[in-house]
Design a protein around this ligand. Structure first.
Ligand code: GLU
Length: 246
């Protein structure tokens, strides 16, 4: 299998040295194995993303000599390489529908205030907060009524709470997570845009990424991302989480 690595910055500010650092490892790994190095622009935050920041990312990578093989400017067989364009193409909606149909996801009509109340109650009881999953057992009629009334909703992933999820990190070895401590998490926000955890899985799989090399601040996202890979029967790439530059 051809090695394919990527760097996936969000164009919401000046390029970060941490992005360049992860890009360097991703680039070298791809070059060492005769593979491809991909740039994906994660601009799902439509308000904070700016084309100028994307230009700065390109300028920075070029200045560092980290030549991109596939990306928004280069094109490639796995485009589009901008998440905003993939949103318009309905890529994430299709996958969310699959997860709804298979029962791995549900419409959640809880308001931020409802969730705050749940959190306050957990604190009062001295137990870790885990989302109540209250909206998931609506009857079909209740659900259709709620959808027809235009009530805002998010689509949440139903976390398998009776499991441990383990993966072998290329840097740190085996890492396990107790899923009973993890809440059902948002796949699609109430404004219709995908969450980071959802979009990154859909895109890494669609772009046939073989190795994800990124900062260790993303280790805590692993159980959520691996659960989505599993629910969609997608092959997960290998992961290596590197220490952050502080
Ligand atoms: N857009 C994410 C970030 O900049 C990408 C993280 C990842 O590599 O999965 O943190």
């Amino acid at each position: 299998m051809k090695v394919r690595t990527r760097v996936a910055p969000s164009p919401t500010g000046d390029p970060h040295v941490g992005t360049a650092y992860m890009a360097l490892f991703s680039y070298c790994h791809a070059r060492k194995h005769g593979g491809e190095f991909i740039l994906r622009i994660e601009d799902t935050d439509l308000e904070r993303s700016d084309a100028q920041y994307e230009t700065n990312i390109y300028d920075g990578l070029e200045w560092l000599g980290l030549t991109v093989d596939e990306g928004p400017n280069e094109g490639g067989d796995y485009g589009s390489y901008r998440q905003s364009e993939r949103i318009k193409a309905g890529v994430y909606d299709d996958m969310a529908k699959k997860l709804l149909d298979s029962g791995h996801a549900y419409y959640c009509f809880l308001t931020p205030e409802d969730i705050e109340k749940e959190k306050a109650s957990a604190i009062k009881k001295g137990i870790p907060y885990v989302h109540s999953r209250r909206s998931s057992d609506m009857s079909e009629e209740e659900l259709n009524d709620a959808l027809a009334s235009g009530k805002p909703y998010a689509i949440r992933f139903k976390m398998m709470s009776d499991r441990e999820i383990t993966f072998k990190d290329l840097v740190r070895g085996d890492i396990s997570f107790d899923c009973s401590l993890l809440s059902d998490f948002v796949l699609v926000k109430s404004d219709g845009t995908p969450s980071y955890n959802f979009a990154v899985v859909v895109d890494d799989a669609a772009m046939a990424i073989t190795h994800v090399i990124r900062g260790e601040d993303h280790i805590s996202n692993m159980p959520r991302q691996l659960a989505i890979y599993e629910a969609l029967s997608l092959q997960a790439p290998q992961f290596g989480h590197l220490p952050m530059i502080l």
